[in-house]
Design a protein around this ligand. Sequence first.
Ligand code: KG4
Ligand code: ZN
Length: 353
Amino acid sequence: MSEEPMKEFVAEEGNITVPSTRMLGIESSCDDTSIAVLEGNVVRSQFTAVQHIHAKYGGVVPEFASRAHQRHILPVLEGALAQAGCALSDLDGIAYTRGPGLNGSLLVGSSFARGLAWSLDLPLWPIHHMRAHVLAHWISGSDSPKQPMMALTVSGGHTQLVDVASPWELNVVGTTLDDAAGEAFDKVAKMIGLPYPGGPEVDRLAQLGDPQAFQFTTPQITGLDFSFSGLKTSVLRTLEKNQAQRTKNIAWKQDVCASLQHTIVAILVSRLEKATDHFGRKAVAIQGGVSANSGLRKAVQALAEKRGWEVHIPPFEYCTDNGAMIAMAGQFSSMKNAQGRLDEGPLPRWPMT
Ligand code: KG4
Ligand code: ZN
């Protein structure tokens, strides 16, 4: 994955021409079963089954997640094929999330993908989930990146700054030392009694609150890494001081959400700006579930405008976990012939090298 792209696929001006093959993308790393059919980089269909069972427990329960993937994966595939108007025999390749993620969830998707590839005699493309979040920017529908960019991946399990020289050259230059940004949203949401996943709820309430109502702690870390555990503790202390309002007062919750979102966004954007300057990039991108956050989208747009940088933010359906980004990554793997084997198991802790 780290070699130079093959010459015949690279046009003179540096734009990339993706082969027009039909790629199936299967994503099952956490709690969403999502399957898409891509033709080239054009999404022909995407079907996603979201698991609601975890809301009751305030977080993903791995055993329930893998069982739900087993129930959902076949109907999701049938839906994706029907929507794309194609049969299994029309596919040219199968891409699937090999890791990182929950072992049981990955096992369902990877066994299914390997079984399909074997029975259809199709090439198999094992995909790194975090790479795929970045590669979602090449899906047709938004401006594909045309120059090296600094990309910020923000999800429930990861917070990474990735220097992107090309779809095959992704270098992690900053990462979180403890919690991920999505985790900070989810954990604080749980503290104030909001349903799981808390990120979208915090985003909704934040729009009605005062972002300056509370001054939460920000991490004192030099370099390009992140930390969110101190912020979580700082919110907890504020909640302890305000026990009475904690569950009842909606205006108070709105203020907590607005202040939390303001703080998280400020941390993310300051690191993104620092990394972009450090590596001399003129384009920035955000991706992953938290890139759906309205405050983050606005702040990154504003930063890019102020600095005269190109900005890439995927459409909402390619921000959270989705099959299309896996299929897109499969197209890039096929251009490098980085084929997987049928006897390769999932990699729950696959480092992004
Ligand atoms: O990428 P993703 O779907 O799954 C992982 O790979 O983790 O990201 C899920 C995370 C959750 O923490 C969820 O709360 C967060 O993305 N999220 C948001 C928003 N929408 C989803 N966080 C803040 N604001 C949102 N609008
Ligand atoms: Zn993800």
